[in-house]
Design a protein around this ligand. Sequence first.
Ligand code: FO1
Length: 301
Amino acid sequence: MKIVALAGGVGGAKLAHGLAQILPPEDLTVIVNTGDDFEHLGMYICPDLDTVCYTLAGLANPETGWGRVNETWNTIANIEKLGGPAWFRLGDQDIATHLERTRRMKEGQSLSQTTKDFCGAWGIKQTVLPMSDSPVRTIVDTDEGELAFQEYFVHRHCEPRVKGFRFDGVQVAESAIGAREAIDSAQAIVICPSNPWVSVDPILRVIKKINKPVVAVSPIIGGQTVKGPAAKMYSELGIEPSALAVAEHYGNLLNGFVLDNVDKNLSDKIEARTLVTNTLMNNFSDRARLATDVLNFIRSL
Ligand code: FO1
């Protein structure tokens, strides 16, 4: 069964990894948010793309979900000593990824080709695509003014109250080569449990048209997010954070919606068909179990 998964960072990467454990590699394409990308310390950094790739390759840091396992921090420690910016924690192994990506892109290689080459080097057999080869930049409108995404997310610890979002460059950005074809040949699209506002919306804005059944997995469980500021964002935007709010966010794009057992009372209020299951992914087998549930749900639609 050919599946396209839409993913942001850590939560999205976990379900993508679950799907990768179940599906033949040629049947899974992961389209990843690049709205979080930024240039920092002279390097081109793609946090969500790297999180998905490191996770699929078994190279991800299990504590943070982002960055590399068995990481060392000599470079960033020395940058800090010299008075440089150290708020964005880049590990030594991770820096190699950003340096080599930057070198290639300065020579004119596209982000999708760089990603393809890196996936080959890391032994990833599934297809991983950035949502676009053109820059799209998520800008968070807050009570302290507009902030670039990583400035808001990491530097300011998501503290400013959000008022809205915009995605610079999205009007002219085309989806990456292969993304349209993957969607056209997929049986279904899975929206991973990523932040609807800042991880999934940018991908949906770039992709524009989806002519396949769409199933989303709620990143909000019992009114809270496992990781990240999605619930805080809903509250600050005047919407009670819940799995129902996520389902309503995607609206009639959805054919199916997966929510956690603790939210089963919300199921009746959701317009799409629902699957109520355990959506927490604490370990590798949880990821495979949720992926199996999602795939069986898709078959039943
Ligand atoms: N997230 C943090 O909260 N603090 C960091 O210092 C940080 C560094 C970092 C380095 C490389 C990378 O690929 C991701 C990193 N992240 C960090 C995560 C990242 O900022 C976010 O998870 C995503 O942008 C949101 O999906």
